[in-house]
Design a protein around this ligand. Structure first.
Ligand SMILES: [Zn+2]
Length: 178
């Protein structure tokens, strides 16, 4: 391949008798591996305020006044009674309900690829919320337990996806190094 193209070309030939094989022209398999990168714009719509406030170091949920449920992650509409919700700030503290230790990274974006495995994905019931918030918990996996008090910490950035403006840390860690 010329040096103008960075792609790799692979040519494989499947053995066959060139004099009698009527399919000989098809026995060579050429494969070029193309690496494509794509930029696109994606609107976060009604969820945008949640991410904007993360930049301001504020953790926002939404509340349905009709059924008195508070959603974190926020829901623009209450899934129970379909009423529009209103924004409500939470303290960002909560307790681990359950968690997973990931020994393999899905590598879904640059922020995730930057994480060293193993890392902890925790489902946190934030104080004042009725739903679980799943996110990265920066804590040694062997120290995580149900009911462990955690709080939202904020990244300095830059991040690829705004959800990585935040992560969870044990409350004890936060108090030692605010
Ligand atoms: Zn409701």
């Amino acid at each position: 391949m010329s040096d103008k193209v960075s792609s790799q070309i692979e040519i494989a030939t499947i053995a066959g008798d060139p004099t009698t094989d009527p399919w000989r022209e098809f026995r060579q398999v050429e494969r070029i591996t193309l690496e494509l990168t794509q930029g696109y714009k994606y609107s976060l719509g009604k969820y945008s305020r949640f991410f904007i406030e993360l930049e301001n170091r504020r953790f926002m949920a939404t509340r349905c006044d009709a059924c008195a449920k508070t959603y974190a992650p926020p829901r623009p509409l209450c899934p129970s009674c379909l009423q529009p919700t209103t924004w409500q700030e939470l303290s960002g503290e909560g307790a681990v309900e359950t968690w997973s230790v990931l020994h393999f990274s899905p590598g879904s974006n640059a922020d995730v690829r930057a994480l060293e495995t193993p890392f902890v994905l925790a489902y946190v019931l934030l104080d004042g919320a009725d739903t679980l918030f799943p996110h990265l918990l920066k804590a040694p996996p062997e120290q995580v337990e149900r009911g462990m008090r955690v709080r939202v910490a904020y990244s300095e950035g830059p991040v690829q996806h705004p959800i990585h403006l935040m992560y969870f840390v044990p409350v004890s860690t936060y108090e030692e190094a605010p």
